[in-house]
Ligand binder design. Structure first.
Ligand SMILES: C[S@@+](CC[C@H](N)C(=O)[O-])C[C@H]1O[C@@H](n2cnc3c(N)ncnc32)[C@H](O)[C@@H]1O
Length: 213
């Protein structure tokens, strides 16, 4: 299996230029996330990529830390933050399991299009819980699999995935039931507050969970 940091480093330039695949679903995700954020909060986004979401959400919170395993993604995120003159965002290169800055726990941790890429999901969910305040929120949107009737090209991609992974052309990807993902989150001391679906071809639940005291 290809090394995650290397793989995502190799994708960073291309990723930064890609248009948002489904603008309506993206906007709905941002809107619903904003509903839970406020200007007193300290927020961590894991797997923040090139910082697009961070730079859209940061004006509604106190401080925002974006982290990602790929230093190339983070470099682009920092450049964008400088261009936009944003003052309350910091970016750091770190895998979820290596997140620093835990002295002050966070009010909210966000992770979009990330959890399905984590081979060590349970450990990483434990880490997320450990950097949150009691009552803090974990907000995620995660690919879980194709929906019945998904277009043929996506079903072909699923069949081709192991070969692409062997060739280093695709990262680790977990296919799991939404119920399994929720159970994994709950097992680390969270209660699920809400689940929504903003896309149709895939199962990509938007999940809001609260850390129990
Ligand atoms: C599909 S991209 C999503 C980026 C961004 N969250 C978005 O929604 O556009 C996945 C991101 O997760 C990062 N990533 C993969 N494995 C990671 C890990 N173990 N810890 C932190 N980030 C990781 C990758 O570098 C990449 O930037």
């Amino acid at each position: 299996m290809v090394d995650s940091a290397q793989f995502w480093d190799s994708q960073a330039e291309k990723y930064a230029k890609q248009p948002i695949a489904n603008e309506a679903a993206y906007d709905a995700t941002l809107d619903r996330t904003r509903h839970y954020l406020d200007e007193d909060q300290r927020v961590l986004e894991i797997g923040c990529g090139t910082g697009t979401t961070a730079l859209k959400l940061c004006d509604g919170v106190g401080t925002y830390v974006g982290s990602d395993i790929s230093s190339s993604m983070i470099r682009i995120a920092i450049d964008e933050a400088v261009k936009k003159g944003v003052a309350n965002v910091a970016f750091q290169t770190a895998a979820v399991g290596e997140i620093r800055d835990q002295n002050t726990p966070f009010d909210a941790v966000l992770g979009f299009n990330l959890l399905h890429l984590l081979p060590t999901l349970d450990d990483d969910l434990r880490k997320i819980a450990s950097v949150l305040k009691p009552g803090g929120l974990f907000i995620s949107k995660t690919f879980c699999g194709l929906r019945p009737g998904a277009p043929l090209k996506w079903r072909f991609m699923k069949i081709a995935l192991p070969l692409m992974q062997m060739l280093g052309k695709a990262p680790f990807v977990r296919f799991q039931k939404e119920s399994e993902l929720k159970a994994a989150i709950e097992a680390q001391g969270f209660e699920i507050l809400e689940t929504r679906h903003f896309v149709t071809d895939f199962s990509v639940p938007f999940i809001v969970a609260r850390k129990l005291a």
